[in-house]
Design a protein around this ligand. Sequence first.
Ligand SMILES: Nc1ncnc2c1ncn2[C@@H]1O[C@H](COP(=O)(O)OP(=O)(O)OP(=O)(O)O)[C@@H](O)[C@H]1O
Ligand SMILES: [Mg+2]
Length: 120
Amino acid sequence: MFYGRTYELSAIKKAIESGKPELGIIYGRRCIGKSELLKKLIKRKGDLYFEGLQSARTPKQIAHFLDQLSKQTYSPRILAKDWSEAFDALTHYIHKGKHYIVFDEFPLHVYLGREKKHEK
Ligand SMILES: Nc1ncnc2c1ncn2[C@@H]1O[C@H](COP(=O)(O)OP(=O)(O)OP(=O)(O)O)[C@@H](O)[C@H]1O
Ligand SMILES: [Mg+2]
């Protein structure tokens, strides 16, 4: 059962009705309901939801991203050597019309930055 969040849901829905591409960031302390809120929005055909992996380096994050893309679009798994190629694949599946593309746990997707720091 999903409770409340009427203000948050209407603010996000208003953004998608704006007639232009919108980027929104949802942040808050642990277990406050960020993921649940995002999942509540992913309802339409063409909406996509991606979750980063805990403690996984870039190749694993990309592989996981492509697995999720393949599952949600019912299409064959694509190969990509970096995020640029992975996002190219994503643009291929973004349909006309209005859709939510969610990156939950975004900092996990961009593990690359931390990797480079540690390699110095
Ligand atoms: N609006 C809601 N109604 C009912 N249950 C909710 C609601 N929001 C969150 N919950 C429940 O609270 C728990 C934590 O929610 P959720 O996983 O969405 O938090 P989070 O902010 O994404 O946490 P984290 O920072 O760890 O990713 C889950 O069990 C979820 O089902
Ligand atoms: Mg979460």
